[in-house]
Design a protein around this ligand. Structure first.
Ligand code: FES
Length: 183
């Protein structure tokens, strides 16, 4: 918005304050019921509003200590946010790189996450600490993956933590990179 637009907007707001009025539409707005029931529209909203834009996951204080983690599922994207032992907040697809099982449920505090399927264990920084444990797993074909699917990004000043699912798959088993903002 340019300066003239800002001044005009402020004058309008001051007018509402002075006259104790507010902005009113010229007529009632009728919203079709299908706006709430149409599955195609719901899918488009998920794609455009949730999967292509940063999502507020919480305040950074929601992960108060190293190891604090939370899991979410937005628009079919399983997300794990965790504060690493180094104090950094990171987000990952909550998907094991091996066969796609979820490695964490709910919320809590953990120094590591062990996949319930074949036991691959990830540090709270997303790295596989050692490949030794993997050699004993029943499947070793995909162990070249050295870390989780990460989300990375920049920190806002507000303390709010957001994640972008842009380009994320709607199902598990993907190793694409994602974005997190926060401290
Ligand atoms: S799916 Fe996680 S270790 Fe196999």
């Amino acid at each position: 918005m340019d300066r003239a637009g800002e001044i005009s907007l402020l004058k309008t707001l001051l007018h509402y304050l002075d006259t104790k009025t507010t902005c009113m539409a010229t007529a009632p707005w009728r919203n079709e019921v299908t706006a709430f029931t149409c599955p195609e529209r719901h899918e488009r909203e998920q794609e455009i509003l949730i999967r292509k834009r940063p999502l507020v996951m919480g305040l950074s204080c929601d992960w108060p200590k190293p190891g604090a983690y939370r899991t979410e599922d937005y628009a079919g994207v399983p997300i794990l946010t965790v504060r690493g032992s180094d104090g950094k907040l990171r987000a990952f697809l909550n998907v094991c790189r091996h066969r796609g099982a979820k490695v964490a449920q709910g919320c809590g505090n953990a120094g590591a996450f062990t996949c319930p399927y074949h036991g691959w264990t990830y540090g709270n920084d997303g790295l596989l600490p050692s490949t030794k444990a993997i050699t004993s797993a029943s499947c070793t074909r995909n162990r070249s993956a050295a870390s989780w699917s990460t989300m990375s990004g920049t920190s806002p000043r507000s303390g709010a933590t957001s994640v972008s699912c842009s380009g994320a798959p709607s199902s598990t088993g993907c190793a694409a990179r994602r974005r997190v903002s926060g401290t």
